[in-house]
Design a binder for this molecule. Structure first.
Ligand code: NIG
Ligand code: FE
Length: 416
């Protein structure tokens, strides 16, 4: 057994009371100890609190290592609950077209966008895909992300989807990160099924989903529910099947158009609904009632030049709000939760405490990982970030504040 003492830190952490923090709790759940210490035993938090009290407790125990945090801010490691960072090649050319006014869905409709990444991912070997994707995951780790979700969805055929899911599993094994794999076979209708979306739907339901479930290689199933992609009716069938097969449910809902994705998430009891740029009031009300976590992606709104999701309204309505990067080659190529944090505070009007809860505790609920990560409660993993600054406000204050991330710890070990 290895026991470590971390002292001389300003600790800020949302407090996990057994459910995602919503409404006023999104703000009030954050605890602050200006002079704090932590005892970490075998990578788990044994105690956290006021320094004098923790030192007293530590005096009666064998301590193998003591770390002076230099008076820095200590916050939980970020949890990024929505990424597509397993991909090959970039789409910078398409980005320039978007700047010239071509819309994201237009590019997809003519066979570019997601479908161009599908061509690249199908071509890439497993090793090539791993090399590129691993570099992105490690960049996120350096920026304070200690747990992340990664979606498949650029294979859209059994072989390539499984290749992606194996790469995602290897990122989890070959880095200190906790990685939650999500199957997104319903990301687009692939070219070979152009004009026959029904055929792809049947293939997905009858072949791919059962095989993914049989291999136990994904924890969630997600659907891109959007005009011209998958309808609410189709999404209901896919997620219904996924649920029967034991997968957790996520949905890309109302990203560009309000198609009723938010209400569907509530109806199915999904763990989270993501994007929600165009979600209706009724949809959000249903989510609040069902306790579905809203995963907001302000980097995507910025990159698509769309208004931000109505985060203030969601919090007021009692929808638990989480934040994520959406890291993908099309709508938002971004690994940085610190930048997402800044956009949430400066662009969506979240308070610093609300954004901290969104980027840690609520994000861990969006991944079904709250028993292990997302806050500094006793018994959870000692995943944390040391920040140079008086408070987590520095993440929004020093824009592109990546230099304020001084150290990243995973299960009590410094990893960046
Ligand atoms: O979350 N909207 C669908 N999926 C991603 C974009 C994927 C891509 O363009 O490659 C998103 O925005
Ligand atoms: Fe996405």
């Amino acid at each position: 057994m290895i026991r470590k003492l971390f002292r001389n830190a300003r600790v800020f952490s949302p407090w996990d009371e057994g459910s995602p923090a919503r409404g006023r709790e999104q703000q009030n759940s954050v605890r602050f100890w200006p002079e704090a210490a932590l005892i970490v035993t075998d990578g788990l938090i044994e105690a956290v609190g006021e320094e004098m009290e923790i030192l007293e407790l530590a005096a009666s125990k064998e301590i193998h290592q003591e770390v002076d945090c230099g008076g820095m801010c200590l916050i939980p490691g970020f949890v990024d609950p929505h990424t597509h960072m397993c991909f090959a090649a970039n789409r910078e050319g398409e980005f320039k077209e978007r700047l010239a006014g071509v819309s994201y869905l237009e590019i997809l409709a003519r066979g570019g966008g997601i479908l161009s990444t599908v061509r690249e991912v199908r071509k890439a070997t497993e090793e090539e895909l791993l090399e590129e994707s691993l570099a992105r995951a490690l960049r996120a780790l350096e920026l304070g992300t200690t747990t992340m979700e990664i979606k498949s969805g650029y294979g859209l055929e059994t072989r390539a989807e499984l290749k992606m899911l194996r790469v995602i599993r290897r990122i989890s094994m070959e880095t200190p990160l906790d990685v939650v794999p999500t199957f997104l076979g319903a990301h687009a209708v692939p070219e070979e099924y152009r004009g026959n979306p029904q055929g792809y739907l049947e293939f997905l339901l009858e072949e791919m989903l059962p095989e993914v479930s049989r291999q136990g290689i994904a924890r969630f199933c997600d659907v891109f529910c959007e005009q011209g992609v998958f309808s609410v009716e189709e999404s209901r069938r896919i997620l219904g099947r996924a649920s029967q097969l034991g997968l957790g449910l996520k949905i890309h809902a109302d990203e560009v158009h309000d198609t009723g994705g938010a209400a569907l998430a509530a109806e199915l009891g999904a763990t989270s609904a993501e994007h929600l740029l165009a979600a209706s009031h009724e949809g959000l009300r249903a989510m609040a009632g069902a306790g579905v976590v809203a995963v907001l992606l302000p980097g995507t709104a910025l990159s698509l030049k769309k208004p931000y999701a109505k985060a203030r309204q969601m919090i007021k309505m009692g929808v638990p709000v989480a934040l994520a990067t959406d890291c993908n080659p099309g709508s938002c190529y971004l690994e940085s939760i610190p930048l997402v944090f800044a956009l949430a505070v400066l662009g969506m009007g979240l308070s610093v405490e609300e954004a901290l809860t969104a980027a840690t505790l609520n994000a861990s609920y969006a991944l079904g990982m709250a028993s292990r990560v997302g806050s500094l409660n006793q018994g959870k993993q000692a995943d944390f970030v040391l920040l140079e600054g008086d408070s987590p406000a520095v993440l929004a204050y020093r824009l592109g504040a990546e230099s304020c991330i001084q150290a990243v710890y995973k299960r009590g070990e410094q990893v960046a």
